[in-house]
Design a protein around this ligand. Structure first.
Ligand code: F6P
Length: 326
């Protein structure tokens, strides 16, 4: 294999706090190995359009603490076509990019699988998504920050819920994954959570809410992932009110605040370790893998496996929700 001279870096899909810390780590690790870095703007779309610029060490100054991504991001439909991928490949060649580091979630890894089936460029992926739904890493970059944002919001909601003796439904992000709901629900003492990965016994839950009311436990917090079986918190609240007409619910949808803000210490360190490891892996001739951390150790998982296997939710945490919030 030819030595790597120019690494292209891109962020793609939903942004997540810590992406900037990862970009910084990649650029500075590459420079320490006398490799140049090139930022590819707006994910795969910028790759197609050749929106590429060299990044020096000062280009990544003062970004470790910032949310969002200085490389911007997009969800490119064009990249999923043969023509789009061909254009992207030619732009990489034109810009002399001989290796890639791709930071993103499920969609980014799917794009990578499709692209590298056709084109052979050394590449490493970094798990960057608030959803924490990639196999091959215990945590994805941004998940911890998003959960902490959700927690601080839900704690505030609990104050007003308690003052009014209300049942609150708080919707968190997660179209296909319940990690944010599970972690924020457990950390905030939510009575129930609704997540895409499992069906809930609604009748049992409604009975239990009514029992709570009888024994004067009048405040209930339900954390709902946006992709739950009932279609989110607003729909679930209508259903609950129709089944228990005496109950008044309130809905709070946390939305995109979960994606912004300063990354937590955990996400800054995770992003830095993964960025550093990805560049060293490329230099050591690894390719087509996502770098993650499992049990505190750096590990590598082929792109296709990260998306194929659904990451299981910890059963003990699912059980604890039911036991601890009584
Ligand atoms: O993939 C991260 C994520 O934040 C999901 O949790 C959410 O469902 C989705 O992105 C929202 O995407 P968009 O900002 O494109 O609507």
């Amino acid at each position: 294999m030819k030595p790597i001279k120019n690494i292209g870096i891109m962020t793609s899909g939903g942004d997540s706090p810590g992406m900037n810390a990862a970009i910084r780590a990649i650029v500075r690790t590459a420079l320490s190995l006398e490799i140049k870095s090139f930022g590819i703007m707006r994910g795969y779309q910028g790759m197609i359009e050749g929106d590429v610029h060299e990044m020096k060490t000062t280009d990544v100054s003062n970004i470790i603490h910032r949310g969002g991504t200085i490389l911007k991001t997009a969800r490119s439909k064009e990249f999923m076509t043969d023509e789009g991928m061909e254009k992207a490949y030619h732009q990489l060649k034109k810009n002399d990019i001989d290796a890639l580091v791709l930071i993103g979630g499920d969609g980014t890894m799917r794009g990578a699988v499709a692209f590298f089936e056709k084109y052979n460029i050394p590449a490493m992926g970094l798990p960057g998504t608030i959803d924490n739904d990639l196999t091959g890493t215990d945590y994805t970059i941004g998940f911890d920050s998003a959960v902490n944002t959700a927690i601080s919001a839900i704690d505030k909601i609990r104050d007003t819920a308690e003052a009014h003796d209300r049942l609150f439904l708080v919707e968190v992000m997660g179209r296909d994954a319940g990690y944010i709901a599970l972690h924020s629900g457990l950390a905030c003492g939510a009575e129930y959570i609704f997540i895409p990965e499992q069906k809930e016994m609604l009748d049992e839950i409604l009975d239990s809410i009514q029992d709570d009311r009888k024994r004067k436990k009048l405040t209930n917090i339900i954390v709902v992932a946006e992709g739950d079986e009932f279609g989110g918190a607003a729909e679930l609240s209508k259903l609950i009110e129709s089944r228990i007409p005496t109950i008044e619910t309130r809905v709070s949808i946390l939305g995109h605040i979960q994606r912004g803000g300063a990354p937590t210490c955990h996400d800054r360190i995770l992003a830095s370790r993964l960025g550093y490891a990805a560049v060293h892996a490329l230099v050591n001739a690894r390719s087509q893998e996502m770098v993650g951390i499992v049990n505190q150790e750096i590990c590598f998982t082929p792109f296709a496996q990260c998306i194929k296997l659904q990451k299981p939710l910890p059963n003990d945490m699912l059980d604890m929700i039911k036991v601890l919030a009584k």
